[in-house]
Write a protein that binds this ligand. Sequence first.
Ligand code: ZN
Ligand code: ZN
Length: 215
Amino acid sequence: MTANTIQHHISDSLLMSYAAGSLPEAFSLVVAAHVSLCDECRAQLAAFEAVGGAVVEGEQASMSQGALDQCLARIEGPAPKGEPKPRRQGILPGPLAGYVGGDLSAVKWKQLAGGVRQAILPTAKGATARLLHIPAGAAVPDHGHRGLELTLVLQGAFRDDDGRYGPGDVEIAGEAVDHTPVAEAGADCICLAATDAPLRFRGLFPRLLQPLFRI
Ligand code: ZN
Ligand code: ZN
């Protein structure tokens, strides 16, 4: 996947937080998955990591060994160097394949409403990561956000008021965003979505189901 096909990228502030190891695991997973698909963000991340490393080297003289080790561990982030990179499995980027334990056929889907299915991935508390399967032409009910929502498209495409998101694209939706993502006709849309707070659904039915689906 090249920068030409990817239109929507991870923001610099998120890449910097990722490089510093300060993102919740669910958000780190989305960033790692996008970076594994996107040359542009991979290069940008490498630049931030280099800057972080230089800052640490400059501070070495005045830091205790313990503080230095902690700082280095933070900058190296969730995937310590030297570990083999997980391999891509079908449409699942390498970092995601490890969480699923295989390819798409290994995903244990649960029905939501309207034909939409989800699978919650095992990540640390603080934010939730889920795979979403939205049938072609179907919509995720109208909702707002109490925190941050990152959505990476793995297959198909969806549209909302902010644009069209195809494979590799990331939508970054904060508290100011209200949307009804609709999967394009043609292929079913499969996304990886991470949130750090419950969504704010407009409709009564999705609101009633919310606690059940942890969405
Ligand atoms: Zn990118
Ligand atoms: Zn949303």
